[in-house]
Design a protein around this ligand. Structure first.
Ligand SMILES: [Zn+2]
Length: 123
């Protein structure tokens, strides 16, 4: 049985950007299954398969939260993500580097994104 967890707050330190996740490049919501953070020796191919299905399901359902026009406008922008998404993704360690180089709006969004307190980070 998979346990789902949705992380969409920059201060939620459960998220691990080094493990499998999906994120919305329009709004910056992030999904990571709790089992995707299992130690590597317990991260079996079966669990990887099941969590990949969960990520796809989340992405498919989440995409419906945005209008067709939002999807089309984003696709036409040729950007990695929107500035709104950059504001939420940068604090989680997901940096849209190409957008930050090519777009002032993205660079400002990334600079103004809230920072995580290093004192709260668990190791
Ligand atoms: Zn979204």
């Amino acid at each position: 049985m998979l346990v789902h967890s949705i992380v969409n707050k920059p201060d939620d330190l459960v998220f691990d950007a080094n493990r499998a996740f999906r994120c919305c490049l329009l709004c910056g919501d992030v999904y990571q299954n709790e089992q995707d953070r299992l130690p590597h020796d317990k991260y079996t191919p079966e669990i990887q398969y099941l969590t990949s299905i969960a990520r796809e399901e989340w992405a498919r359902n989440h995409a419906k939260e945005h209008t067709i026009k939002e999807h089309e406008d984003f696709r036409m922008s040729m950007r990695f993500c929107t500035p709104t998404a950059a504001t939420k993704l940068v604090p989680l360690g997901i940096a849209p580097v190409s957008d930050m180089v090519l777009s002032d709006e993205h660079r400002l969004a990334a600079l103004e994104a809230p920072r995580l307190s290093t004192q709260e980070v668990q190791s």
